[in-house]
Design a protein around this ligand. Structure first.
Ligand SMILES: NC(=O)C1=CN([C@@H]2O[C@H](COP(=O)(O)OP(=O)(O)OC[C@H]3O[C@@H](n4cnc5c(N)ncnc54)[C@H](O)[C@@H]3O)[C@@H](O)[C@H]2O)C=CC1
Ligand SMILES: O=C(O)[C@@H]1CCC=N1
Length: 270
């Protein structure tokens, strides 16, 4: 298998997470990075600060677009100018929460530009990401396989049949690490308010969430079964879950939060 060449455009929180995941994977891609302020580029990669700095020897198999949706149009137009016909030999892989394949292709200057839209998340940085992936009809089988292989290097990949499905992926996986980080923050804070040392609360909460993640990852059981295994009849967990599971709490709030994320993803498309 030949080593693919990537041009990673935007190496901030998400692009940087992918970069860290890729460089620590067993078969790292050949990496060119375009970012105006990156400071810790990995050994062996080449960094450009502006599209105009990209050298003539750069022929990417995949251009990974990881800038904010609002910056996509000028960036793609600049890349088209600089790369010229080299752009025609590449596929574009967007990680952006907004901007349709149709718009991205238009900004690439080519209606039949092969576009792969993905929704990864920041746990990709430790090889434990989750990515939803949609390939437009212009993507070849080989390009789609390469995109899936790349994203599998940093975690699980779920191809989705419709571009619109990526909104659901945002709501339950792309944005969702933040929901769990928030739960960690609140549990750590509550632990301290209940009298535990900061360090103790931090250790307990983090190892608990790690253990829960490991069980969900490794065991075949449904999440519901694992929850019930913790919940002794009339015990402490049941008392706490009666609060979380009250109709007006998590059962209402989780779908409400997902809808808010989806609504925002539609706005980011405009
Ligand atoms: N942060 C997250 O957890 C996730 C983010 N995403 C998507 O990833 C994309 C990037 O988000 P973040 O990484 O959070 O943002 P960020 O602001 O941390 O990263 C963007 C990077 O692009 C660079 N950049 C922007 N315009 C540039 C230009 N003209 N020339 C050179 N460099 C330029 C910036 O220097 C920055 O490092 C967004 O479209 C977002 O929807 C997707 C999934 C998860
Ligand atoms: O908040 C955002 O818009 C991005 C997309 C998913 C996670 N972060």
């Amino acid at each position: 298998m030949t080593t693919p060449t990537l041009l990673l455009v935007g190496c901030g929180k998400m692009g940087g997470a992918l970069m860290r995941g890729w460089v620590s994977s067993p078969n790292p891609p050949r990496l060119f990075i375009l970012d105006r302020k990156i400071q810790d580029a990995p050994a062996g990669s080449t960094v450009f600060r502006t599209p105009e700095e990209i050298t003539d020897d750069v022929q990417p198999d995949i251009i990974v677009l990881a800038v904010k949706p609002a910056g996509a149009e000028p960036m793609l137009k600049a890349l088209r100018n600089v790369l010229g016909s080299r752009m025609d030999k590449a596929a574009l892989l967007s990680v952006m929460a907004g901007k349709s394949c149709e718009k991205l292709a238009e900004w690439c200057g080519r209606a039949d530009m092969p576009i792969i839209r993905t929704m990864p998340n920041t746990p990709s940085s430790v090889g434990a990401g989750s990515t939803g992936l949609y390939a437009s009809p212009h993507v070849s089988k080989a390009q789609k396989e390469l995109a899936i292989r790349l994203m599998e290097q940093v975690g699980a990949v779920v191809p989705v049949p419709h571009e619109e499905d990526l909104r659901s992926v945002i709501a339950i996986a792309g944005s969702a690490p933040a929901y769990v980080f928030l739960l960690a923050e609140l549990l750590e804070k509550t632990g301290q308010e209940l009298g535990l040392e900061k360090k103790a609360a931090r250790t307990l909460v983090r190892s608990m969430i790690y253990g829960v993640g490991k069980m969900l990852h490794e065991l075949p059981d449904e999440a519901e079964t694992l929850r019930k295994n913790v919940t002794s009849p009339n015990g402490t967990t049941a008392a706490a879950l009666n609060v979380f599971m009250a109709e007006e709490n998590w059962p209402r709030l989780v779908p409400l939060a997902a809808e808010a994320a989806i609504k925002r993803s539609r706005e980011l498309d405009d």
